[in-house]
Design a protein around this ligand. Structure first.
Ligand SMILES: Cc1ncc(COP(=O)(O)O)c(C=O)c1O
Length: 488
């Protein structure tokens, strides 16, 4: 099967409908996540009394880029985004970032998890009355999955490496049924997969929603993040401006699917995939440990459409962690203001988590590589914010001491002003195939994909388009499900 399986299990679906009726669950459609104007007024009224992170089924309707940026009772507005000035980025190109902090859980991964879980629920393939949902992840996806599971009355198991930030574990212990810490840190994805096999073989009745190979993750970002990007451009693209491309780190390679959407609208635009220099898997089949939490690696995710990737860029994790200090320590912020970065921007730099900083650095490298100027727009994404890394800042503070103006000046000079076009590769057809071929070792040798499937993904003309075209059918299944539940 090369698309999302939408076959219906009528018997099991009855259990899911019954469960949803008992727990007051209404499921939003993709159309509503893209355009909250379509959400019924009665649901919006309910949300006015509900916090952004509360475990309430109504918060399913906050799986959108358009939440009002407030922690409680917010309605909807436009897409949450921010343009970074050249006084910060050092390039005159316009770098615009979509802000993930205002999703429930503080990261857009609730959307990826929704994209994987909901098609299985509304078809009855997954039955939460007897099965558990398993969320293998390097951090935010299992938070999103455990959260969505709680909203949809499913029991969940979250799997993440033991080295991830404390905030994630503390919060998960309250939301997930079970939390499993696997050996290693950020890039130890194989250990997560091994745990999944152990669970599969345990005889327990569960379903594994593996974000790295679930096309629902690809589809959610293609459709919802892609449309959000389009709307940002509709507002920002002046008559002389050009959209040049999107930049995204690839953890599960879900977010980068938004580039497939944007390239269909702007065929000359580029898609830039970024990763950690300390683990340059895409760049040079490399491996290693790194500190850009959320972007995994040492394998190529099954859902990465490498045929459509134009450039690979690797970012030094030292740049990321030191810029996190520059952007968040008082001496760092003061220094940036003295360098001419507007205070209104400096006070919002905490919207960038580690991978967000890495994405911005990648966007600047792209701008420098293509010699972009003031009429060129590059889009990227802040998956989460510093809210999920305050323990990391404290750790660095106690390890390295007070952050001084001297530290700020040196980090600013080295990691922002000094951004160059090193560690970048513009991909030829053969390079793209080399990245695709790497999938063989993870997915065919270890994880049960077939030889035919890996060939189909590269050689079948409509492989990705067929997935993209499933949105309408999924929305119809969601609408039929809601009708059967009978709450709207
Ligand atoms: C903080 C963070 N950044 C980036 C990513 C990568 O996004 P994607 O998995 O969509 O490629 C993730 C994924 O979990 C993440 O948690």
């Amino acid at each position: 099967m090369t698309t999302i399986d939408l076959s219906i299990d009528h018997e099991r679906r009855k259990n899911v409908v019954q469960r949803a009726r008992e727990r007051n669950i209404i499921i939003p459609t993709f159309a509503q996540m893209k355009d909250p104007a379509l959400i019924p007024a009665s649901i919006k009224d309910r949300l006015s009394n509900i916090g952004l992170w509360d475990v309430s089924p109504y918060n399913l309707f906050r799986i959108t880029w358009k939440n009002e940026p407030v922690p409680h009772g917010g309605g909807y507005g436009g897409v949450n985004y921010l343009e970074l000035p050249s006084s910060l980025t050092g390039t005159s190109a316009r770098i615009i970032v979509l802000v993930g902090k205002w999703f429930p859980t503080g990261a857009h991964k609730v959307g990826a998890a929704f994209g994987c879980l909901v098609p299985r629920l509304v078809t009855g393939q997954f039955d939460p009355t007897v099965q558990k949902a398993v969320w293998p992840s390097t951090g935010n996806y299992c938070r999103g999955g455990a959260y969505d599971s709680a909203l949809l009355a499913c029991e969940s198991i979250a799997i993440l490496p033991e080295g991830m930030s404390r905030e994630r574990f503390e919060w998960l212990s309250k939301i997930a049924g079970e939390v499993i810490a696997t050996p290693g840190s950020e890039s130890n994805v194989k250990e997560i997969f091994d745990k999944c096999w152990e669970l599969r073989n345990s005889g327990e009745d569960l379903m594994i929603f593996n974000q790295f190979d679930e096309l629902g993750n690809y589809l959610w970002h293609y459709e919802v993040t892609g449309h959000a990007m389009q709307e940002v451009l509709n507002r920002e693209l002046g008559p002389r401006d050009q959209f040049r491309g999107i930049v995204s780190a690839t953890g599960s390679a879900g977010t980068i699917a938004s580039g497939d959407y944007m390239k269909q609208l702007f065929p000359a635009s580029k898609i830039i995939a970024s990763e950690a220099l300390q683990c340059p898997t895409l760049l040079e089949n490399g491996f290693g440990a790194h500190r850009i939490e959320g972007i995994g690696d040492k394998h190529v995710p099954w859902i990465h459409n490498s045929k459509n990737t134009d450039i690979i860029v690797a970012i030094d994790d030292n740049a990321v962690v030191n810029l996190a200090r520059l952007f968040n320590e008082p001496a760092g912020k003061e220094y940036l203001v003295k360098q001419g970065v507007p205070e209104a921007i400096v006070s919002r730099l905490d919207l960038m988590g580690f991978s967000g900083i890495s994405n911005v650095l990648s966007a600047v490298k792209m701008a420098k590589y293509y010699e972009l100027g003031e009429n060129d727009i590059v889009l990227t994404v802040l998956t989460d914010s510093m809210e999920l890394y305050s323990s990391r800042l404290r750790e660095m503070h106690s390890e390295l001491g007070d952050y001084t103006t001297l530290d700020a000046a040196s980090h600013h000079a080295e990691y922002l002003k000094g951004i160059s076009t090193d560690h970048m590769l513009e991909l030829s057809y053969v390079d793209r195939r080399r990245v695709h071929n790497l999938k063989y070792f993870t997915w065919v040798e270890q994880q049960g994909k077939t030889y035919e499937e890996i060939l189909a993904q590269w050689y079948e003309q409509d492989y990705w388009v067929d997935v993209q075209n499933q949105v309408q059918e999924i929305d119809e299944l969601i609408e039929a499900f809601n009708r059967d539940v009978g709450l709207i």
